[in-house]
Ligand binder design. Structure first.
Ligand code: OAD
Length: 242
């Protein structure tokens, strides 16, 4: 593909490069995407379960969904897409990796300075934000011995350390991601580009004059926005570009 050569060339000469990833980057690791057919659990959509209201109404049901997802993710290994992106974070000082993924595979691949917009499925925190347990802590037990789990400090229900629909992102994370849109090349990879504010980053990058590139199996909301849309698998395209 001549397009791939052109993009590879631009990536080589670019100083500041930023990549935003979504669930498609982890598909080859066996983790279903949210909006693909395999992503559904008990016929319930993510938007119905990943909300504070759903958790208030039925924390056990929401935790069953997270337990199911944690079970799928726990043995997953990073794929070639994670490997290339992690290497760029180590080799290119001005490369910023921003992810919507909560699975921890960018970290397993050795990514540095990762900006995790939606938190981590391996972290939990007290739903009452009790004084002793106000911060997230790591809890990798799968399955959880009790659903919903309880805060060891105050006994309130523990919640997943992820950002739900209707919740604000950590202001530091979104500010850092936003600042990274002032770049020479911006890549949007394996995301349907419909969940904001993450989906707004490619627009910001374009306004900053970046060359914007999408890598995705399908057309998305970003396809008409970007300068170059590359149709293909992230785990094949990224190694070809590196
Ligand atoms: P989606 O499930 O919405 O989109 C996954 C995208 O990956 C789709 O556009 C697919 O075409 C594409 N795709 C699948 N396999 C691929 C592959 N091998 N290579 C390249 N592309 C591939 O997932 P996200 O866009 O990440 O938020 O979803 C965004 C957010 O919505 C998630 O972080 C989560 C979700 O609900 C919260 O939970 C707050």
């Amino acid at each position: 593909m001549p397009e791939l050569n052109r993009v590879a060339e631009r990536l080589r000469s670019a100083r500041r490069v930023t990549a935003l990833t979504g669930a498609g980057v982890s598909a080859a690791s066996g983790i279903p995407t949210f909006r693909g057919a395999d992503g559904l659990w008990k016929h319930v959509r993510a938007e119905t379960l990943a909300t504070p209201e759903a958790f208030d109404h039925d924390p056990k049901l929401v935790w069953e969904w997270y337990d199911w997802r944690r079970g799928m993710i726990q043995h997953a290994r990073p794929n070639a897409a994670h490997d290339v992106l992690a290497r760029w974070t180590r080799e290119r000082p001005q490369f910023t990796l921003v992810t919507q993924n909560v699975d921890g595979l960018h970290e397993s691949a050795g990514a540095e300075r990762l900006i995790r917009l939606h938190g981590s499925i391996w972290h939990v925190r007290c739903s009452r934000a009790c004084a002793a347990g106000r911060r997230d802590w790591l809890d990798t037990a799968v399955p959880q011995p009790r659903l919903p789990p309880l805060c060891p400090h105050c006994g309130a229900i523990v919640r997943p350390g992820v950002v739900w629909f209707g919740e604000s992102l950590n202001p530091k994370d979104i500010a850092a991601a936003s600042a990274a849109t002032a770049c020479d090349v911006f890549l949007t990879i394996g995301t349907s580009a419909i969940v904001y504010p993450a989906a707004g980053l490619v627009h910001q990058a374009k306004r900053h004059g970046a060359l914007t590139i999408e890598i995705n199996l399908d057309d998305t909301e970003a396809s008409d926005v970007v300068d170059i849309a590359i149709k293909g698998k992230a785990e094949e395209i990224l190694p070809a570009l590196s």
